[in-house]
Design a protein around this ligand. Structure first.
Ligand code: PEP
Ligand code: MG
Length: 744
């Protein structure tokens, strides 16, 4: 029985035989397109594997026993099935056929001329190819697994078994259950020579922002290295538009590509910083753009339908890696789309909204914002919060991903595009615009943009996933998180319009204590008994200048590195005393899940002084600390010896202080790398020392909300919890679950 098939004679019709993805690939190869060499393991091979190990009934039995209201039950079932598959033997005859085919792949074109490795066995990509294609297309289910850079016979067999096992991830089992699809399904596997691409990306034979029939545009997106970086949205890719009829380039947008995924000399897939002069350089030469567009046009002609194509360039040669029909066409055909974006920036808080522009020059103008307007400003500050809550979307000239606008809008769930450079010049009061903050684009007029929302499956993970909050009002939406890893006090205190320090100046201590007790109390109640970590006031002197009393704040040359956090609280202990009196009251009310944490700390003596003040007011002294300086990170052992409740990385500040980069300077976004090797060193050091002293390690900066590679690094290094933005809880939980699984 042939368990292995070569693409010859196969085509689109052969989905049942080798799965949808493989059938499609065969079709492309046979049509003469430059596709990397591949062979397929049939769905029948998978069936035979189950049969010879008596697995089918066992697997279906385990699935039958799942209680879908209990995530643990789903996760455990998935785990059990995976173990069954991974521990079962692939029948000898099947193994021989696979290895034989793998050897034949050597006979193809030169594989890898890298002199460090012997040119014996090729690196291959091992891709799952399900026979029920709609699961692979559904973003909520995600695709079945793919394994890159697999080399050697043993690893190949293992990767194939992993592909088979990916038929039973919790996500996929749940998807089939929800959609009443049979759990008894099958899967093929593609084994394809791995392209070690210098450049790669996607192409659409239709404008994806305006996917109407008869579109005359081919849109190409490109990044450096392997395509993962682009597909996972980790870089802003180049975007080229080619006229389908004339073949001419009609638009070029050069993105910022700060990182790339590459294969290192050991065959590991690694993410690294892009060489500085390539970050803003054009990825494809004009010649390559035109040549690639010509291929794309031919592919569309072949299928007689608009296609979404993945491509790669290895040593100057273009390869087509995958292609699929653009299925959203009919749905989107009816929508009215007017033109191309007028502005682009960074999508800081995802979502889409249409509304009327109100340009706000400073806080005195915020009254202009009516419910549903689009707030356009240079950069928001705490005075803007009331207006931000009313806005349908927010667009700013400046700012980085950790700026005020970004943090607050994410929490409020308001779509926000930052760093457009010129929104306040280009957009005028009264203009109607549509903000697509998921992609960082602003369109004139009203357009309908269909949003894909991932349906989250509740997953329990060993590494806790907590949430960052600033407003008690949003706690309810976040209560499925494993606790609050950062409750910022600043926004809660400034909402009433007065600078926190002004309460002290005006002798309104009791009022200040009440605001804290009420605000924190609300969050603590919602989360009880899960912990709520409240960060002691950390306001920079320039941040609240517009508030009542803010004008009295001292002028500093470098407020970011200035008089804020615990250093200021010890100089002016009155506010800290109020905070700790509030903490005492909260514990007295039974809300003993509240713990205070000290920001921007650099020495154990600061911790000791804070403990003294806590003792003075009768409050608990078990503080957590924020690790936001190399000083705190490198002396973490001293803090652990002194006694701390936890250590939480403030990665926004830790990056700033470690790399010497002003975190608010948008010119430096491209080198603001929270995963710089120096950061990795500090992360590892702190996590390991904390483990030794049984102190919980955590992170509450922006990093884990945005970068899967960072989550992977932190989880694998052994961090105890991650605290993320409200809209990232489900996504990060899924990441953590996958990573924890692969760790075992
Ligand atoms: C940080 O520095 O990472 C942090 C969480 O604090 P903030 O962003 O409020 O400075
Ligand atoms: Mg900080």
């Amino acid at each position: 029985m042939p368990f292995v098939l070569w693409p010859t004679n196969l085509g689109k019709k052969d989905v049942k035989l080798v799965g949808g993805k493989a059938a499609n690939l065969a079709e492309l190869i046979n049509a003469g397109f430059p596709v990397p060499e591949a062979f397929f393991i049939t769905a029948e091979a998978y069936e035979e594997f189950l049969k010879s190990n008596n697995l089918k009934e066992k697997i279906l039995g385990i699935i039958k026993g799942i209680d879908y209201s209990d995530v643990n039950s789903l996760n455990n079932a998935s785990e059990k099935i995976k173990t069954l598959i991974m521990e079962a033997e692939v029948p000898e005859e099947m193994k021989n056929q696979i290895i034989d085919a793998y050897k034949k792949l050597y006979g193809g074109p030169p594989v890898d001329l890298d002199f460090v490795k012997p040119i014996d066995m090729p690196f291959v990509a091992v891709r799952s190819s399900g026979v029920m294609e709609d699961i692979e297309k559904a973003s909520s289910a995600g695709q079945y697994d793919t394994f890159l850079n697999v080399k050697g016979e043993k690893r190949l067999i293992e990767a194939i078994k992993k592909c088979w096992a990916s038929l039973y991830t919790p996500r996929v089992i749940y998807y089939r259950h929800k959609h009443n699809q049979p759990q008894d399904t099958s899967i093929g596997v593609i084994v394809q020579r791995m392209i070690n691409s210098e450049k790669s990306g996607v192409a659409f034979t239709i404008d994806p922002t305006n996917p109407v029939k008869g579109s005359k545009k081919i849109v190409i997106e490109a990044c450096w290295g392997l395509g993962e970086t682009l597909v996972q949205g980790k870089v802003e890719p180049d975007r080229y538009v080619v006229d389908k009829d004339t073949g001419e380039i009609i638009e070029k947008h050069i993105g910022k590509k700060s990182i790339e995924t590459v294969r290192d000399i050991y065959g590991m897939t690694v993410v690294r910083n892009v060489n500085r002069d390539k970050v803003e350089a054009q990825v494809l030469s004009d010649y390559e753009i035109v040549a690639l567009a010509a291929f794309c046009k031919k592919i569309e002609q072949h299928y007689n339908f608009p296609e979404d194509i993945e491509w790669a360039i290895e040593r100057g040669k273009i390869y087509i890696v995958q292609t699929r029909a653009v299925t959203i066409l009919e749905e989107k055909e009816t929508r009215e789309v007017k033109g191309t974006p007028v502005l682009e920036g960074y999508g800081a808080s995802p979502g889409v909204a249409t509304g009327v522009v109100k340009v706000i020059r400073d806080a005195s103008e915020i009254w202009k914002i009516q419910k549903g307007d689009i707030l356009v400003t240079k950069m928001t500050n705490p005075d803007f919060v009331v207006a931000m809550e009313k806005s349908a979307a927010i667009v700013t000239d400046e700012g980085g991903i950790t700026s005020h606008a970004a943090i607050v809008s994410r929490e409020l769930g308001v779509p926000c595009v930052i760093a457009t450079k010129k929104a306040t010049q280009v957009l005028k009061d009264g203009m109607k615009i549509t903000v697509d903050a998921t992609h960082g684009k602003i369109y004139p007029g009203e357009i309908e943009i269909k949003e894909e929302k991932a349906k989250a499956v509740e997953i329990k993970t060993k590494t806790q996933v907590k949430v960052n909050l600033a407003f008690p009002e949003t706690a309810e939406r976040a209560k499925h998180a494993d606790g609050v890893g950062l409750l910022r006090l600043e926004h809660m205190l400034t909402k009433a319009g007065m600078h926190p320090i002004e309460y002290i100046r005006e002798r309104k201590q009791e009022e200040l204590i009440k605001i804290i007790v009420d605000g924190v109390g609300k969050v603590a109640q919602i989360f009880y008994p899960k912990q709520v970590w409240v960060r002691s006031l950390d306001a920079r002197t320039d941040e609240f200048r517009n508030m009542k009393g803010g004008e009295k704040e001292p002028e500093e040359d470098n407020p970011m590195l200035g008089w804020h956090g615990i250093r200021r609280s010890l100089d002016e202990p009155e506010i800290l005393k109020c905070e700790l009196k509030a903490l005492k009251q909260l514990h007295e009310k039974g809300l003993d899940n509240v713990v205070w944490e000290l920001p921007f700390i650099i020495s154990v003596s600061e911790l000791r002084k804070a403990k003294e003040i806590a003792k003075e007011v009768g409050a608990p002294t078990n503080f957590g600390i924020m690790v936001e300086t190399p000083a705190a990170a490198l002396t973490i052992e001293d803090f652990c010896k002194e006694g701390i409740a936890f250590a939480s990385f403030g990665s926004n500040d830790l990056t700033q202080t470690t790399l010497g980069i002003d975190r608010n300077n948008e010119k430096l976004i491209k080198i603001f790398d929270e995963m710089h090797p120096a950061m990795q060193f500090l992360f590892k050091h702190v996590i390991e020392i904390c483990k030794k002293y049984n102190v919980e390690s955590s992170i509450c900066g922006e990093l884990p909300s945005n970068r899967r590679d960072a989550v992977e690094f932190l989880v694998k290094t052994g961090i105890d919890s991650l605290s993320v933005n409200i809209d990232a809880i489900d996504k990060v939980r899924e990441w953590v679950a996958e990573i924890e699984k692969s760790k075992n």
